[in-house]
Ligand binder design. Structure first.
Ligand code: AMP
Length: 119
C-alpha cells in the first residue's frame, strides 16, 4: 500500500489543519487527540511518511527511531505521566482498527487505566 499524502495527519504536518501541539522537533510532532479516551491522550507522529508501526520499524533511520522514543519519554515527563504511569498503543492496519494511515502512537494516562483486556 502506498502512503496517502492526503491523510489527516499529513495535512496537520503541512499546517493545513490545526492541532493542539504538545511537542515538535525536526523528527516528531505530538498533539492532543481530538477525541480523548483518557484525561491525557496525546498522539505522537514521525514527520517522515510511514504508514504504520511495521513500516516505520522496517524503513525509518536509526535517528528517526531514536528521536521517536526520546519524544515519548519527554512527553511522559512534561505531562506528569512518569510517576503514575501511562499506556502507549499503536493501531496498525484493518484488524488493528487503524483509522489514520500515518504511523502514530497514542499516549494515554492521567488515571488508572486498568489491565489490558481481551477483545
Ligand atoms: P487510530 O484509530 O489509531 O488511527 O487513531 C486515530 C486517532 O486520531 C483517533 O483517536 C482520532 O480521535 C484522532 N484524530 C483524528 N483526527 C484528528 C485531528 N484532526 N486532531 C487530533 N486527533 C485526531
Amino acid at each position: 500500500m502506498a502512503y496517502d499524502d492526503n491523510n489527516i495527519f499529513a495535512r496537520i504536518l503541512r499546517g493545513e489543519i490545526p492541532c493542539k501541539k504538545v511537542l515538535e522537533n525536526d523528527y516528531v510532532l505530538a498533539f492532543h487527540d481530538i477525541a480523548p479516551k483518557a484525561p491525557t491522550h496525546i498522539l505522537v507522529i514521525p514527520k517522515g511518511k510511514y504508514i504504520a508501526i511495521d513500516d516505520f520499524g522496517a524503513k525509518a533511520s536509526a535517528q528517526e527511531i531514536k528521536e521517536f522514543y526520546a519524544a515519548i519519554s519527554k512527553i511522559a515527563e512534561d505531562n506528569n505521566l512518569k510517576q503514575t504511569g501511562f499506556r502507549v498503543i499503536s493501531n496498525a492496519g484493518i484488524h488493528g482498527g487503524q483509522e489514520v494511515p500515518h504511523f502514530h502512537v497514542h499516549i494515554l494516562g492521567g488515571k488508572y487505566l486498568g489491565p489490558m483486556i481481551s477483545v
